[in-house]
Ligand binder design. Structure first.
Ligand code: BG6
Length: 521
């Protein structure tokens, strides 16, 4: 009898533990995150049978709403933002009946006590055990008050015993601090009240199927591992590019953060870890988290000289993206005119371990660039002799493995093939896998991560140690950030960033593939 070989990714990650009946409390339920991401994600989990038969979602925020009035708002949000637009379907009505609204302030213990009383009364009414998952969909300035009130009200209590009984879990949105010191203080604040096992620090990149596929690619296939080291890899480039600037209200948050804090500290460094870490012994949370932290420890913390040599920061000026005029960052309404916050950053990092010594790792992230793309590109060395080089126009003849992690997800392996006709000259051609086509529709990150949090699986969440190590690497840059250059929107960033990649085999940034819509245009 033939047996299908086990796929570690499938075994380790999709076999969820059964989800127990629970109450989900959303703090900051009238905000954008709740409307755009959380309610649609919960709805899709419900319709696909990933929520338990009995559950309640209590939405907590300052504005006054009745349950009915908030359900109407939630319905609108589903129709606007859910990947499956429900209309007024039976499924949507059934889901909305699980939603309740509780008015309150994030800094009032009394209001949290009211929230607890409401939770208990719903638990009694609906026959729910006191399993409680509290989602902090709130701005960072409210965080400390909210966690203090949560503990004081005893809506969720500390669980040091990792019991198998009712649980209390906290899902926390980024930013996790603003620098190393504040991240440590934040972690200390949370961990003085709750246990690490109760904390789910969300990074939505880890909920992307495409990002998880990086792990599958590396560790469910044996073909790549022999190549995966300084012996064959020339460089690694990680790009997180967006084609919109920073208009509107979000600029208020962004100007305090900048792209280093908004993208590099979390999403980009997670991608770097998944690309470069050692194979974990298993796919459980601890094994994966340990390997990531081990990798981060191998990245030297730069001194001031190294920061100047290996980092470039920039802001977009006025111009246009795809033919549409955009104001410069400093002209955005809520951005101070003298702001030096970077909307683009490029870094050259080293990983000083046996596998990667000598291989440069490049990260670049930016707003208002030529297109939206998230990629990790592993560039392999050239063959020792270029037998197929074109004497007239010598080109680097490398192989390149490109993980397309954003829209248009998939993997492209660029190989050299003989150009047809006379002469023995090669040119690059692509072997391409399109995940959407090959694997079917991919669930969205918040669905995956909320489902994991309800199942108690924190594998795809950031650990305390990960957060602190990433800030350790970035802290010297944040303390002494150097000049901020200007780049034209609709390009791939400032020319000053070219010096970071000079001298590598391809001597330049590898342009991300434009999404299919732009390609056919
Ligand atoms: C968020 C950042 O974490 O990620 C935003 O705060 C950014 O500034 C967003 O736009 C990008 O996410 P995605 O999934 O569209 O690449």
């Amino acid at each position: 009898m033939s047996t299908t070989p086990a796929n570690p990714l499938r075994e380790g990650m999709s076999s969820r533990r059964p989800v127990e009946p629970a109450t989900i409390v959303v703090l900051g339920a009238t905000g954008d995150l709740a409307k755009r991401k959380l309610l649609p994600a919960l709805y899709n989990l419900a319709r696909e049978g990933h929520l338990p038969a009995r559950y309640a979602v209590i939405c907590f925020a300052r504005r006054p709403y009745t349950d009915e009035a908030f359900r109407a708002e939630a319905e609108q949000a589903l129709n606007e933002f859910s990947r499956e637009r429900p209309g007024s379907s039976e499924e949507a009505r059934a889901f909305l009946e699980h939603i309740y609204y509780q008015q309150g302030n994030l800094d009032s213990v009394e209001h949290f006590e009211g929230l607890k009383a409401r939770t208990e009364s719903l638990e009694a009414q609906l026959g729910l055990p006191p399993n409680r998952l509290v989602y902090f969909a709130i701005a960072p300035e409210f965080f400390n008050d909210a966690i203090r009130c949560l503990e004081a009200s005893r809506l969720v209590v500390r669980d040091t015993l990792h019991r198998s009984g009712p649980y209390g879990r906290l899902v926390v949105e980024k930013p996790f601090g603003n620098d190393l010191e504040s991240a440590r203080a934040l972690n200390a604040e949370i961990l003085s009240r709750y246990d690490e096992a109760q904390i789910f620090r969300i990074d939505h990149y880890l909920g992307k199927e495409t990002v998880q596929n990086l792990l599958a690619f590396r560790f469910a296939n044996s073909i790549f591992e022999p190549l995966w080291s300084s012996r064959y890899v020339e460089s690694v480039q990680i790009t997180v590019a967006e084609d919109v600037g920073m208009p509107g209200r979000r600029a208020q948050y962004f100007d305090k953060a900048g792209i280093l804090r908004d993208i590099v500290q979390n999403h980009a460094l997670q991608l770097l870890c998944l690309t470069a870490m050692e194979p974990p012994a298993s796919l459980d949370a601890e094994a994966l988290r340990d390997e990531k932290v081990r990798l981060l420890r191998a990245i030297p913390v730069p001194d001031a000289d190294a920061v100047a040599r290996t980092t470039v920061r920039a802001q977009y000026g006025p111009g246009n993206i795809g033919g549409k005029t955009v104001p410069g960052y400093l002209e955005e309404e809520l951005v101070p005119q003298d702001s030096t916050t970077e909307t683009y950053a490029a870094l050259r990092l080293e990983v000083r371990n046996w596998r990667w010594a000598g291989v440069p790792f490049f990260i670049r992230a930016g707003k208002a660039l030529a297109h939206k793309a998230t990629e990790a590109v592993v560039e392999l060395n050239q063959p020792p002799r270029l037998l197929f080089a074109d004497p007239k126009t010598p080109q680097p003849a490398t192989n390149r493995l490109r993980f397309r992690l954003g829209q248009d997800p998939g993997v492209t392996l660029t190989v050299q093939a003989k150009r047809p006709g006379e002469g023995m000259v090669s040119e690059p051609v692509d072997l391409n896998v399109d995940f959407g086509r090959a694997l079917g529709p991919l669930p969205l990150p918040y669905e995956r991560l909320l489902g994991d949090a309800l199942a108690g699986d924190n594998t795809m969440f950031a650990s305390e140690e990960f957060v602190e190590h990433t800030w350790t690497i970035l802290d010297p840059l944040l303390r002494d950030p150097g000049p901020v250059h200007v780049y034209e929107p609709g390009t791939m960033g400032p020319k000053e960033a070219d010096r970071l990649v000079a001298g590598t085999c391809c001597s330049g940034w590898i342009e991300p593939l434009a999404p299919p819509s732009d390609r056919s245009a």
